[in-house]
Ligand binder design. Structure first.
Ligand code: NAD
Ligand code: DAU
Length: 331
């Protein structure tokens, strides 16, 4: 099977490529990635002989048309993915997440190629901190940030192309991922690399906001379940019952590093900061038979800390510039 992976040099996409090459010897993988600040060739080290990496944008119509025409399946990860960046400048978010997804949809329509769209639980907005409520595929869309609004828009484009043009697409909306190859602008790797450098972790606001953490390997096994067993036109929520407050995550990391539990700083909060995300993934579990493998969050964090300790040459070049960006907003 010829698989085109957009955004395959980014965090989740690169892990998807590694998993696919490891577990599916019949797959021929092509990656289309613009290698923005968030993409890195080095994330594909070790699989380069099994993968063709094409450097280019999903907004490039002729390039996308050619690559889609040579594929049996497109798994679409490419996006601008960071909320804080979308508050500083939404422009590339509109281009990549909306125009890029539209460009891919037109190509899969022309070539009748199976499409899987990777999306986020943030399209549903947020939930109250203290409630048993969780997101389901029926939760109304209510995105808060420019990032989540463009992801919501891209989901709606996919749904419309299924209904109006018969495109063979599935969608998945996943909660917060952690694991190897995550850019150090994101919460967990930012704090891990701060702690490696002896710098105190940075908590937005009071740290009460809750995220529903899932290991990236589990996200990607779920994606393959949806690709192989999911129903065209349907949306599957991916999550592993991993709710934790940001404060709890920072305290666990401090413990792993043998530091004092209060050895962190409160910094400026994110404008419009979503309070809580929580996924009800029962459809994925019951209908498609998926289950996560990383069920102990602390163990997953320990493995992630070990990965960042062992891969300093991978993240070090981005550290100073990333922190300089945060310094501008006192974060
Ligand atoms: P990332 O920022 O680490 O990687 C994005 C990749 O897309 C990079 O390699 C980048 O170079 C590439 N890219 C950006 N613009 C491009 C363009 N115009 N053309 C081609 N490539 C381009 O993001 P991630 O965290 O790996 O997220 C991947 C996908 O998963 C996104 O669609 C995101 O919305 C979704 N998602 C992420 C999470 C999470 O916790 N990180 C959770 C749920 C869903
Ligand atoms: O829910 C899925 C989403 O998860 C994905 O769609 C996004 O692509 C991904 O970036 C992530 O979004 P978040 O905004 O939840 O992730 P982030 O890592 O930026 O922040 C996680 C939480 O930690 C959030 O409540 C903000 C907080 N935070 C973040 C940083 C960078 C801090 O307290 N301190 C920090 O330094």
């Amino acid at each position: 099977m010829r698989v085109l992976v957009t955004g395959g040099a980014g965090f989740i996409g690169a892990n998807f490529v590694h998993q696919t090459v490891r577990d599916r010897p019949d797959a021929r993988v092509t990656v289309l990635d613009a290698l923005t600040y968030a993409g890195d060739r080095a994330s594909l080290d070790g699989v380069a002989d099994r993968v063709e990496l094409v450097e280019g944008s999903i907004t490039d119509g002729p390039l996308v048309d050619r690559l889609v025409g040579e594929s049996d399946l497109v798994v679409h990860f490419a996006a601008e993915s960071h909320n804080d960046n979308s508050l500083a400048d939404p422009t590339p978010f509109v281009q990549t997440n909306l125009v890029g997804t539209f460009t891919l949809l037109e190509a899969v329509r022309r070539h009748d190629v199976r499409f899987h769209h990777i999306s986020t639980d943030e399209v549903y907005g947020d939930l109250p901190l203290d409630s048993p409520e969780r997101f389901t595929p029926g939760t109304p869309y209510n995105p808060s940030s420019p990032y989540s609004a463009t992801k919501a828009g891209s989901d709606l484009l996919v749904r419309a192309w299924v209904r109006s043009f018969g495109v063979r697409a599935t969608l998945s909306n996943c909660s917060n991922n952690y694991g190897p190859y995550q850019h150090i602008e994101k919460f967990i790797p930012r704090q891990i690399t701060n702690l490696i450098d002896g710098v105190r972790p940075r908590l937005y606001g009071a740290g009460a906001n809750v995220r529903d953490w899932i290991h990236v390997e589990d996200h990607n096994t779920a994606v393959w379940h949806v690709v192989e067993k999911g129903q065209v036109g349907e949306t599957y929520l991916i999550g592993a019952d991993g709710e934790a407050s940001n404060l709890d995550v920072v305290r666990t990391l401090l413990e792993i590093f043998g530091r004092d539990p209060d050895d962190f700083d409160h910094v400026s909060d994110r404008p419009g900061h979503d309070l809580r995300y929580a996924i009800d993934a029962s459809r994925l579990r019951t209908e498609l038979g998926w289950a996560p493998r990383y069920t102990d969050f602390r163990e997953g964090l320990e493995a992630t800390v070990a990965w960042y300790r062992a891969h300093e040459p991978w993240w070090r070049p981005a550290k100073a510039a990333t922190e300089a960006r945060y310094a501008r907003t006192n974060q």
